[in-house]
Design a protein. Structure first.
Length: 200
């Protein structure tokens, strides 16, 4: 039951983009087309999940025992940067068209506050599930939380990209064309996702 609550909460209730407003830059920058949004979502899912697992292990087995927790942020950023570099190399070889379409936003995953935010949340916050006493997440819960959070990011980005493609073909008043109607749409999506907060 705890894992189910983590998944529902991370995807719908506390959506990283629409409730916590993290990772907005690539969210707005890459969501012009559905194909690039799907590619970016996959890259972010991979990086968030793997970065969270690696940073959890580094924190739990290295930083905390050696009393080096003051190095959390910098070590987490180094791990994220290495993973993003790996994703970049793989995409450049395996999917050059997607690599070109993502452009500058691919290396910017390194500074995507959603990735770092999830890693820091997992090691620093205590959670209570199902009325149980609060506790720090274990590795299984951390992995599920990271995967669910990244799926929430992907859901928001893919929905938004589909809406933006539709809006590009619609008759939108001239002052609202482009980014203004996109921001209004994001606001409406965020309010819709707030409706899920009564579930958990």
């Amino acid at each position: 039951m705890e894992y189910f609550l983590i998944i529902v909460s991370a995807i719908f209730v506390n959506n990283i983009v629409l409730a916590q407003f993290l990772g907005i830059c690539p969210f707005l920058g890459v969501s012009n087309r559905l194909s690039t949004a799907v590619g970016m979502s996959g890259a972010v899912c991979f990086v968030i999940t793997l970065a969270t697992v690696v940073t959890f292990l580094i924190n739990h087995y290295l930083l905390v025992p050696l009393n080096l927790t003051f190095l959390q942020t910098i070590s987490f950023i180094l791990v994220i940067a290495a993973l993003v570099q790996m994703v970049e190399i793989v995409l450049k070889k395996a999917a050059p068209a997607l690599y070109q379409a993502l452009g500058i936003f691919l290396p910017l995953i390194t500074t995507n506050c959603a990735v770092l935010g999830v890693a820091i949340t997992v090691v620093s916050k205590e959670f209570a599930f199902g009325g149980a006493a609060s506790h720090l997440m274990n590795l299984g819960e951390a992995t599920v939380y990271a995967l669910a959070t990244s799926l929430g990011y992907a859901l928001a980005m893919i929905l938004f990209a589909g809406i933006r493609e539709h809006l590009a073909q619609s008759d939108v008043p001239k002052p609202f064309k482009g980014l203004p109607i996109a921001l209004i749409t994001v606001g409406i999506m965020a309010m819709a996702f707030l409706g899920f907060s009564g579930i958990v």
